[in-house]
Structures are given as structure tokens and as C-alpha cells.
Design a protein around this ligand. Structure first.
Ligand code: MN3
Length: 213
């Protein structure tokens, strides 16, 4: 993802048929090429008229939108969030057989959720419990402690460190699962790229602020 304006659509990290049968080609074409593109286009349009914030990185836009000029504030909140969330959503899915957390993430999942099933239950509870559109997240605090949170619309959990997110907007699953959000969750869970998510957690631990000796 570009550091700042103008943002451009990153390619889908896998083939459009790579996540079958859990996530279909039509869903990926609409979700990535149409919905994600629209968030990019809308965000660029909003920032076009405000050169003074065109050097703000995406992570700043999604956190500091309350400081933006009033005429673009809510629009940037919605659309920068949409860009940030979808970028991570597509990057954390992978073809191939189901995988599991590795290394430090596996240890942290056992510590904070009992086991992988405990983590899955917490994510599923958040995904199904989010009323209307939004996201279920696995996040880490700056000490590496894991938790599951949900956000409405396109809001983000930052400054907590996002590791994994399940899109529970209907556009993410309606073509494949209609109104069956629980079935979509199960399919999505089988496509999570745990090796990649585990590497993100490693990087987060590497970069955590060191306590003064
Ligand atoms: Mn979506």
C-alpha cells in the first residue's frame, strides 16, 4: 500500500479462483475490484481538495481523522478505513490447505485463549455478534498480548496492532453464502494465511518499544 495520496488499488495477492470453494470468483471480483476500488477512488477524491493532508500516511488518516477539516472528516473516516481494512483482509487470506499459527503466535494464542479453538471461538463470537456491517479482529497490544475486538462500519482498532480481520459486511459473503454468516466465517477461517499472520506477529514483537533498563 502506498504511504500516502494518491492511493492505488493493490493487486489481489492470489488468483480469483484460488480461494474456492470457500470464497468464490464472483465475490472476489466484486469485493476486490469494485468495493475496494471504490474506497480508494473516494479517498483520493476527498484528499484531492486538501493538499495540506496529502502527505498523511494511511495509518495516520485512519487514526487522526477527527483532526481533519470538517468537510472531509467523516468521508475520510469511512473511506481510509475501507482502504486500510481491505488491504489487510486480502493479504491475510491464502490458497491451500488450512494452516495454524506458528512460533510465538502459537504460544501467545495458547496463553491468551487456551488454544486455537479458543481463539476461533472468540473470533466467531465477534464476527457473528457484530450487528450490521463491520469487522472482527485479532489484535496485539504493544506487549504482545492478544485480544479479539469488533469494529462497526470501516472503523479500525489502531493503535492496537491488527493481525487478522474477518469482513462481516454482506458484500463479503452474500454471493457465496447469502445470509449465512456463520457458514461464511467457517469458510473464511479455513483460508486464513497463518504463516503470514504469524510473521506479522513476529515483526510486531521485534518492533515493540523497549522498556528502559
Ligand atoms: Mn468488504
Amino acid at each position: 500500500m502506498e504511504a500516502h495520496y494518491p492511493f492505488a488499488l493493490p493487486p489481489l495477492p492470489c488468483g480469483y479462483d484460488a480461494l474456492l470453494p470457500e470464497i468464490g470468483e464472483r465475490t472476489l471480483h466484486f469485493h476486490h475490484d469494485k468495493h475496494f476500488q471504490t474506497y480508494i477512488d473516494n479517498l483520493n477524491k476527498l484528499l484531492e481538495t486538501h493538499p495540506e493532508v496529502q502527505d498523511w500516511p494511511l495509518e495516520r488518516l485512519v487514526q487522526e481523522w477527527p483532526r481533519l477539516p470538517e468537510d472531509i472528516r467523516q468521508g475520510v473516516r469511512n473511506n481510509a478505513g475501507g482502504v486500510y481494512n481491505h488491504d489487510l483482509y486480502f493479504k491475510t487470506l491464502a490458497p491451500g490447505p488450512a494452516s495454524s499459527p506458528m512460533g510465538p503466535l502459537a504460544d501467545a494464542a495458547a496463553r491468551d485463549f487456551g488454544d486455537l479453538e479458543g481463539l476461533k471461538a472468540a473470533m466467531k463470537n465477534a464476527a457473528l455478534g457484530q450487528f450490521g456491517s463491520g469487522w472482527a479482529w485479532l489484535v496485539s497490544d504493544s506487549e504482545g498480548r492478544l485480544s479479539v475486538v469488533k469494529t462497526p462500519n470501516q472503523d479500525v482498532p489502531l493503535p492496537l496492532g491488527p493481525l487478522l480481520l474477518c469482513d462481516v459486511w454482506e458484500h463479503a459473503y452474500y454471493l457465496d453464502y447469502q445470509n449465512r454468516r456463520p457458514d461464511y466465517f467457517e469458510g473464511w477461517w479455513r483460508k486464513v494465511d497463518w504463516p503470514g499472520v504469524s510473521r506479522s506477529y513476529d515483526a510486531l514483537l521485534e518492533n515493540r518499544p523497549r522498556r528502559a533498563e
